[in-house]
Ligand binder design. Sequence first.
Ligand SMILES: [Zn+2]
Length: 275
Amino acid sequence: MEGQVIARAQVNRPDLRWPFPPAMAERLTGRHVIRLGRRSKYLLADLEGGQTLLIHLGMSGRMTVSADPSDPGFAAGQLGHFVHHHSMPEKHDHVVLEMGNGARITFNDPRRFGMMDLIATDGIEGHRLLAGLGPEPLGNGFHAAGLLAAFNGRRAPVKAALLDQRIVAGLGNIYVCESLFRSGISPTRQAGRISPARIAVLVSAIRDVLAQAIEAGGSSLRDFRQAGGELGYFQHVFDVYGREGQPCHRDGCPGVIRRIVQSGRSSFFCPQCQR
Ligand SMILES: [Zn+2]
């Protein structure tokens, strides 16, 4: 998409979680995509003309990239090795973008908790959905001193604090569980009562878990697919998530993974080695 023009935009329904912006198809058609980016769990496509297409996949949304193999760009390998052949339109293909290079970007979302909006690129950080988001966990703005300050005085469980997007952005339930396991911290421990040394370990664990998940292609819970349609496979290497009743992976630990519910979400942890 980056550097390409949106030759045709097809919008098949008026809304997802929220209504699409007025005349979205017309406003996307003919625009070049200057840059693709991400903030927290939002995908951002900056368009010429000062607008940014803001996309969230919700619970079950996915974007797939496909191409017609007879397209000259496909034969020349300009469409990327991950591009798959066009498949038949599916029931939940809500938005389809035909790019100038022949790539087709399809947004499919059976449960429709996803969203798209067109907003001014200037001042995007002030948008109601992005304002107040904490630092990116893989960025320089996320560090032990900052997390220590954010946790200071908080009596909420560390599990809830890490899911709070104002403290750190884009960290979901699975990766919080895995990060807490790696750092040996119980999900029920009060955030404000974790020592600076352990917070430093936690910050490293969060970065490592996310980096490995990205390397592995993402977690494929329920409906998640990579851009080409394959399942991600990080789920196969979870240490605690979804492993209730199974033995702890830590060398020499006799613990058995437990599941508890915190703020309506499952927490998986080892009661022996997470304190
Ligand atoms: Zn253990």
